[in-house]
Ligand binder design. Structure first.
Ligand code: F0G
Length: 381
């Protein structure tokens, strides 16, 4: 069998599904691990650095990995509706997988603070979109409260099936590289994804479906843990936050988070304790990137490697490159940066960032004007 039918089919023996479970899938997972050929030269450092381009999932973000599991299990348990608070990507994934399953999705989004592509997805897939006059953290609080009172299943990452689906990204990386990388860098909002990756690496490093003790506390018994010893290597996990939304750096919740990277505009992370454990167990660290650093990394990647990710995703690369330059990540290391979402999600930020570059010219529709533009455009080469 060669047809790829999604991550639950692929990793069925490591995921909480039954033989007769009806799988709700859009063919998520199996995303490319792209080796950066040009950027190491640009920064003058010898590192083996890869980007895992999660923006190539069906709805354009890593959320699809978690959503296929969460919606599959919600449907199996008889749920007719799902709900989430979201900075955009979770709402897009929830809307799409609910449409696929034939159930209803309710999504709470912060008014005016989600990227247009994500809003378009949630609306187009037929979710009930509730714009709230409040931020993601307020939405999350409301969702938890309402799920107590109404027959809806929460599909935020506090739903344990979400992390189970998302752990498969680590499986794919180990299978492709033949080992875990030395460092794995991710953007951090709620810190669900960094936790999920650690679960995945732990399971894999202890061999056939087993994983190490500590990580098991994360998954509330849904993992395939059997108490095996660690046989493979595990990466140091590094979480980068946007400077205006960096509770892990502050060591405390942030009440009024802000950043151009709206996906990670989160001040009260849901996986707070788990993420601190991941840092401790893996020997990694948290750091923050300014909006300027994030946007510069997004553009550097787009212009030197042909990979277009959304701003939040570029935090992983921005941070990694800084830590390579300052030697915190030594030369000779292997590094994977997760690019969590597709650049097409947020065209407005991309266009406004490039306007000043003069890469778009308005000219007359004449041969002379086009020829002049070409000659001028070649000058720098
Ligand atoms: N990158 C992107 C593109 C995201 O959409 C998110 C989270 C993250 C990184 C952070 O992941 O929360 O697991 O640490 N987006 C959520 C949403 C909050 O609603 O789409 P995390």
């Amino acid at each position: 069998r060669t047809r790829y039918t999604g991550l639950i089919d692929k990793y069925r023996d490591r995921l909480p599904v039954h033989d007769d479970t009806r799988i709700i899938s859009l063919g998520e997972g199996n995303t490319p691990l792209i080796r950066l050929n040009n950027i190491p030269r640009v920064i003058g450092k010898e590192v083996d650095i890869y980007v895992k381009f999660e923006g190539l999932n069906p709805t354009g973000s890593f959320k699809d990995r978690g959503m296929t599991m969460a919606v599959t299990r919600a449907v199996e348990e008889g749920s007719k509706a799902i709900i989430c608070a979201s900075t955009g990507n979770t709402s897009a994934a929830a809307a799409a997988y609910a449409a696929r399953a034939g159930i209803t999705a309710f999504v709470l989004i912060p008014e005016g603070k989600i990227a247009m592509g994500k809003l378009a997805q949630a609306m187009m897939h037929g979710a009930v979109v509730l714009q709230i006059r409040g931020n993601f953290d307020a939405g999350m609080r409301l969702v938890k409260e309402v799920a107590e009172a109404a027959p809806v299943t929460i599909v935020n990452s506090i739903n344990p099936y979400r992390l189970q689906g998302q752990k498969t990204a680590a499986f794919e990386i180990v299978e492709e590289l033949g080992r875990a990388p030395d460092y794995h860098c991710l953007p951090v909002g709620n810190a669900g994804n960094i936790t999920a990756h650690w679960i995945g690496y732990c399971e894999y490093s202890s061999g056939s479906g087993d994983h190490v003790t500590e990580a098991c506390t994360f998954c509330k018994g849904h993992c395939s843990y059997a108490g095996g010893a660690i046989v493979g290597n595990r990466p140091k996990m590094i979480g980068y936050q946007a400077a205006g939304s960096a509770p892990f750096m502050r060591g405390a919740m942030v009440d009024d988070p802000d950043t151009v990277a709206t996906a990670i505009r989160i001040g009260h992370p849901q996986s707070w304790d788990q993420a601190w454990k991941v840092r401790e167990e893996s020997g990694g660290w948290f750091d923050e990137c300014t909006d300027e650093e994030i946007l510069a990394a997004q553009k550097l990647l787009a212009q030197n490697e042909g990979v277009f990710c959304e701003p939040a995703s570029a935090a992983s690369l921005a941070g990694a490159l800084r830590d390579v330059k300052n030697g915190k990540i030594p030369e000779g290391s292997s590094i994977v940066c997760t690019l969590t979402g597709n650049g097409l999600k947020d065209p407005d930020t991309a266009i406004s960032q490039c306007r000043a570059d003069g890469t778009m010219l308005t000219i007359d529709a004449t041969l002379d004007a086009v020829r002049d533009a070409i000659l001028k455009g070649m000058e720098g080469n």
